[in-house]
Design a protein around this ligand. Structure first.
Ligand code: COA
Length: 212
């Protein structure tokens, strides 16, 4: 059965449930219509990796649909974006964050925090993007998409504990501002792995958020 979570007119569907409902071929057709020309990593992940990663449990992808049933716009259901979550370890250095954040992270530290370095397991928002096909990006704001991802993480952390989430983005002023405006703080830089060929630049900027 598909899990539907209604957030006004935006509806989230777990990709795993969609595969169960429609089968892999139909699901692939839907994903192949997703376009994100500004970020080929976001586009290609959904088209080629999201299904095998979901099936193997490497990450979970959630598709966001915009539903309308209004007299003005008629009936439609459009894929407007997606996000993907997984859990990974992040390495945080004391000097990279404020004292307040550092004190909070120490509660979740996996290591004895020697050398002012703390390693913690946290949900990583591995992918997040709007669907630019057919102008569908106009049906959702980036902040709404991010809020859906954060709400999902909050719901999971309510069950299993945890307070932090993090993500990695290209070193692009507009992307960094987008995440900072939505409560994330830059805490580091990571060199790209050899297989990360769809990403622009040589490193990614890492950002952290404490979920209240
Ligand atoms: C990031 C995103 C969710 C933000 O959505 P939003 O807040 O509604 O903002 P917009 O889509 O209007 O983008 C805001 C600005 O950032 C720019 N921008 C967005 N993604 C960008 C990217 N990957 N590279 C360069 N610039 C980007 C847009 O061109 C726009 O520039 P403008 O103000 O000059 O018009 C959305 O732009 C998106 O899906 N981008 C492509 C996917 C992506 O890069 N995701 C981030 C992965 S870490």
């Amino acid at each position: 059965m598909i899990n539907l979570e209604i957030n006004s007119e935006l509806i989230s569907i777990n990709l795993k449930d969609l595969i169960e409902q429609l089968g892999e071929d139909k699901t692939k057709d839907i994903l192949s219509s997703f376009e994100c020309p500004m970020n080929m990593d976001v586009q290609n992940f959904l088209r080629y990796k999201a299904i095998p990663f979901s099936k193997q449990g490497i990450s979970a992808t959630h598709l966001i649909y915009c539903y309308s049933n209004s007299e003005k716009w008629g009936k439609y259901k459009e894929l407007v974006g997606y996000y993907t979550i997984t859990t990974k370890n992040l390495v945080l250095h004391k000097k990279a964050v404020t004292n307040t954040i550092w004190k909070k992270t120490l509660k979740f530290c996996n290591n004895a925090p020697k050398d002012n370095k703390c390693i913690l397991a946290a949900p990583l928002i591995g992918q997040l993007g709007k669907n630019f096909a057919n102008g569908n990006d106009a049906l959702i704001k980036g902040s709404e998409l991010l809020e859906l991802a954060l709400n999902k993480i909050k719901q999971i952390q309510n069950e299993i504990g945890g307070k932090f989430t993090y993500l990695e983005c290209e070193d692009n002023e507009k992307l960094i501002s987008f995440y900072e405006e939505n409560g994330f703080t830059v805490f580091g830089k990571r060199q790209l792995d050899r297989d990360e060929t769809d990403i622009k630049g040589e490193h990614l900027i890492q950002l952290l958020k404490y979920i209240k």
